[in-house]
Design a protein around this ligand. Structure first.
Ligand code: CP3
Length: 340
């Protein structure tokens, strides 16, 4: 029996649609906070397979989601390439800002197998326990990962990274090329360890003007999809070029992803017209509507379901679940989608 998520990603209009939520494992769950309280830091949680596997499975136990997403982070890749990484409580990630050619040249793909070994062990453990749910592996897309590496932290506009791309295109291009190949290596290894689909998170893609979007978002995604498809033809890739706006159709056609994650601002019916009918759309409930719950949540959910009925679709949020979300609202959402 094919898993429902994989059927949808293969282009079938599975109904009711499969559902999972970005950041479904996390601080809004008391059982996650209990595990998190027992570890030194977030990187330790990501690299301790027994604990990472446990928190990956928590939302499945509670809500019966159609997919588990590996518990890790997009910034584990730069960490595995040799950059320091710290998550400051309440403030987000901190990395030493990468600014020089010597620092780009020092990124070391030879470190990946050993550094990523705990992540692959997490995948093996989760795969053994997912049952009818599908296991999704992931990576940050090269542009979004480069944003954090150059900036050193979160930002409204990632001006440092985008300035490097304008002022020192050869250097930024080398960073992007290294990240693209490392992303392929990571996702290839995740699939070999048991991931049944993979997702590419390009959270800051929407900051770029069209030419830069083609160069730094579509081209690397196309390279990653082609390399993975050559090695694992049956494993689908979900792209998430957040805030791609009018370039959504060009991203889907150019990257050749099988699934396309829609952000909160995307109009589902318009997105459906911009991409080929066999591409599964995924999304795109406002995380704040989920936090609010009640009539607003029910109405928004119904509108998305109505727009997506009859095409391959995966119900999800338009961005990650917020820490203040009441778990009961997630249970109500799952019940409504299952009753569609
Ligand atoms: O459940 C899941 O979705 C799987 C695990 C996952 C995490 N981060 C865990 C996490 C995934 C897929 C991510 C992706 C991620 N990480 C993205 C892309 C998606 C997006 O949200 O745009 C980005 C940009 C990051 C980088 C990142 N990691 C930031 C900016 C932060 C701090 C903000 C925050 O929410 O705390 C993190 C930390 C992080 N990653 C947490 C979790 C559960 C919280 C850490 C904690 O427990 O203290």
């Amino acid at each position: 029996m094919t898993k429902r998520l994989l059927q949808a990603l293969a282009g079938e209009a599975v109904w009711p649609p499969p559902i999972w939520l970005m950041r479904q494992a996390g601080r809004y769950l008391p059982e996650y906070r209990a595990v998190r309280a027992g570890v030194r830091d977030f990187v330790a949680l990501c690299t301790t397979p027994a604990l990472a596997a446990e928190v990956t499975l928590q939302p499945l136990r509670r809500f019966g989601m159609d997919a588990a997403i590996l518990f890790s982070d997009i910034l584990i890749l730069p960490w595995a390439l040799g950059r320091a990484l710290d998550f400051v409580e309440g403030e987000g990630p901190r990395l030493p800002p990468l600014t020089t050619a010597a620092e780009v040249d020092a990124l070391d793909p030879a470190r990946l197998p050993a550094a990523l070994a705990p992540v692959l062990e997490t995948i093996e453990r989760v795969r053994a326990g997912v049952g009818a749910a599908a296991l999704i592996g992931f990576a940050g897309a090269p542009f979004t990962v480069a944003c954090y590496m150059v900036e050193g932290q979160g930002s409204r506009d990632f001006a440092a990274a985008r300035l490097m791309a304008w002022r020192e295109p050869a250097l930024f291009g080398r960073l992007m090329a290294t990240l693209t190949e490392a992303t392929i290596a990571s996702l290839d290894a995740q699939i070999a360890a048991g991931a049944e689909a993979v997702m590419l998170f390009d959270s800051w893609a929407g900051l770029l003007p069209p030419g830069e979007f083609r160069r730094h978002v579509i081209a690397p995604a196309a390279r990653i999809v082609a390399a993975l498809r050559a090695r694992h033809p049956a494993v689908p890739v979900i792209g998430f070029p957040r805030l791609a706006g009018l370039l959504l159709g060009e991203y889907a056609a150019g990257s050749r992803v099988q699934g396309l994650g829609l952000d909160t601002a995307a109009e589902p019916a318009l997105a459906a017209r911009l991409v080929a009918a066999e591409v599964a759309l995924q999304g795109n409930l406002d995380p704040l509507a989920l936090l609010a719950g009640g009539a607003a949540l029910a109405a928004e959910t119904a509108a998305i379901l109505a727009a997506m009925r009859g095409r391959p679709f995966v119900f999800n949020l338009g961005h990650g679940i917020l820490p203040a979300t009441p778990p009961d609202h997630v249970a109500a959402l799952v019940a409504q989608v299952r009753g569609a």
